[in-house]
Every structure is written in C-alpha cells, then in structure tokens.
Design a protein around this ligand. Structure first.
Ligand code: AQP
Length: 335
C-alpha cells in the first residue's frame, strides 16, 4: 500500500455456503480492482454471529470463504486479506460510532427489519447494530470505494452519514466512502421466488446455487427454476422476473450482454435455456471449485495469509482508531 491509490474495502459473511449471488454481486468484481486500487478484503465473522451459528461450522465456513477468495483470484501479494475478529479496532471504533448513530435510523434499516422477521426468536442488539459495525469496517481503512451488491447500499449510505457526522462534530477524520454496485448482477434473485433476493441462509436449497454445488446439483436447481407461463426469453424484470434473473446470471457468467443473450435464445424453449444457463455457471465455477478445494486443504498456508493480513490491517486500523480516540477526548495510553 503506497497511500497514493484509492482504497477499496469489502467483505462477505461466513454465514454458510457462498452463493453465485454473493459471487456476482461482490467477489467477482473485486478481482480486477486489485490492479488499480489498494484493496482490503475481509471475512466478516463478527457480523455473522448476529444470526445463530454453530461454532464448528462457522470455523469451517471462515476457512472455506478465505480459500474461495483466493481461488477466485484475490491475491495476498496485492490485497490485504484477513478475518474481521483478528483486528479488534473494528469493534472498538464501532463503540464510538454507536454514540453518534441514532436508534431511529438503525430501526429503519431494511436488512434489520427483514432479518428480524426471519429470526423473530433472536432479535438481538447485534442484529440492529450490524450497520454500525459495517461502518466501522469501512471507515477504519479510510476507504474511498465499497464494492457491494444492492442489498448493502443502505448500509454504505449509513457509513457515509456517520463519517460526515463525526467529521463535522469533531474535525475531518474519515474519508467519506462511495458505494460501487455492479451494472449487471447487483441483485441476483432466488430461483424459487424470483422477487426475493438469493441468500446463502435461505432454507430452501433449490432457491440457491452455491459456489460449492456440484454439476448435478447446479443442473437440477436451474431445471427447477421458477419462470412463467409465457414462452418468450426476454428481459423484463417486472413481468418476467424469473426469466430476467436467469438472463442476468447467464450474462454474468458467460460475459455476453443481456441483449446478445436474448438474441441467442430467441425462439428457444425454457428447458433448453435453463440448461444453457446452468452450463455457463458450471463452466465458470468448476476451475474455481477445484482450486478452492486444493487451497482449503492447506491450513498452514491459509493461517499464514491471515496472520500477515491482520498485521497489515491492524497497522492501518489502529492509526485511525488512535486519531478517533484523541478527537473524542480519551487520554492516550502510555507505552
Ligand atoms: N443475491 C445477491 N445478488 C448480488 N449480490 C449479493 N450479495 C448478497 N446477496 C446478493 C452481496 O454479497 C456480499 C456479501 O454479502 P454478505 O455475506 O455480507 O451478506 P448479505 O448481503 O446478507 O448476503 P446473503 O447471501 O443474503 O447472506 P445471509 O443469508 O447470511 O444474510 C455483499 O456485497 C452483498 O451485497
């Protein structure tokens, strides 16, 4: 990191098997950014416990996600890769930001409302505070750009608001980050309910294609994807959400524009179209899957990446945290 390039920060929660939605909406877009920006990518495990997790599974999912990052092309020589809970400044800054975040604005967050409905037996403070911790993740690194899917846009806007609020209440401290969403695939939809987002924690496994699914499962899930009673393969989100979602997935994995894909499939049946979409996914993710498996078996290598990554992240994060502590009036700790 030479401090001259713009800084990019993003992360994914190890809450389950990463979906093709997570991949298209985030990780896939991070890879080319490494050439142009100072990039910091995190496995955000602190966020994941806002919903109940089985500890052994969380540990496995964390390593699986790190190895998936690497298999997709994130390079520890170019980017800082680390696990959120290894850098304590994330929770420390979150505490300070909590004191300038209003309960009213946190209550209005769409994801909080959605997850409160889905996990009515566990509406914990962490779930409500999730966006403040995410603001802390972003602001600690003086981030310029946050590449995320559309569902996280509201949280990045909160990070912007908190940065501006802190800067004006004390003095300029944080870079105010911009949100970056992909042109195609910013919100991949469920294969079973094309008006709902594809989510890794969906209990209906036919609704979700994961980056870990084998070829047969991918084919089966796409064959069962909900479409409509029409026969035309045309992009029309409002009237043909299922077909539009499949066209988006095809475009993201094949690299062909949606318009070209519409021309390719003109006059073809839904059955044939679904198989072609599945094949485009299989072709793109098979090499990633083999590489992920190979890397996941090398625990020492992964641990070393995390050790080096967290040391680099900590240096940057602690600099920001010390500035913040000084501005709010805490006395410096003598060393
Ligand atoms: N369906 C999606 N389409 C495009 N992008 C998506 N993202 C999530 N779902 C889609 C993007 O993936 C990144 C990581 O998301 P996350 O793990 O931090 O949490 P999330 O947004 O809550 O994703 P999930 O899959 O819905 O997880 P669970 O089920 O655990 O809540 C983000 O950039 C997100 O925008």
């Amino acid at each position: 990191m030479d401090g001259k390039k713009q800084v990019v920060f993003s992360g994914v929660q190890p809450t389950g098997k990463i979906t093709i939605g997570n991949y298209i909406g985030s990780i896939k877009n991070w890879v080319p950014m490494q050439e142009q920006y100072d990039c910091i990518f995190c496995v955000v495990d602190l966020h994941s416990i806002t919903v109940s997790q089985i500890p052994a599974e969380l540990r496995k999912n964390t390593f699986d996600l790190l190895s998936l990052y690497l298999a997709c092309g994130l390079d520890p020589q170019k980017s800082i890769l680390f696990v959120q809970s290894h850098v304590s400044a994330h929770t420390e800054l979150a505490w300070v930001l909590n004191t300038i975040a209003y309960v009213g604005e946190m209550n209005r967050m769409t994801q909080f409302k959605d997850k409160s409905r889905k996990h009515a037996d566990n509406i914990n403070m962490g779930l409500m505070d999730y966006p403040v911790l995410m603001a802390s993740d972003i602001l600690l690194y003086q981030t310029d750009l946050v590449p995320v899917g559309v569902d996280q846009k509201q949280h990045v806007e909160l990070a912007r608001d908190l940065a501006q609020r802190f800067n004006s209440r004390f003095s300029p401290t944080f870079v105010v980050p911009d949100c970056l969403t992909p042109k195609v695939g910013a919100k991949i939809m469920s294969l079973q309910e094309p008006n709902a987002k594809m989510s890794k924690s969906d209990v209906n496994e036919n609704a979700v294609v994961t980056m870990f699914d084998d070829k047969d499962a991918i084919l089966r899930k796409f064959k069962r994807a909900v479409t409509d009673s029409d026969t035309e393969i045309r992009f029309d989100k409002e009237n043909k959400p299922g077909v539009s979602n499949l066209l988006t997935i095809y475009s993201a994995f094949s690299g062909e524009t949606i318009q070209k894909a519409e021309e390719r499939f003109a006059g073809k049946g839904y059955g044939e179209f679904k198989i072609a979409v599945a094949e485009s996914v299989i072709e793109a993710i098979s090499p990633i899957q083999s590489e992920q498996k190979r890397l996941a078996a090398d625990k020492a290598y992964l641990e070393n990446i995390l050790k080096e990554g967290s040391e680099k992240a900590e240096r940057i994060a602690n600099r920001t945290l010390q500035k913040v502590y000084k501005k709010v009036g805490f006395i410096p700790k003598l060393r």
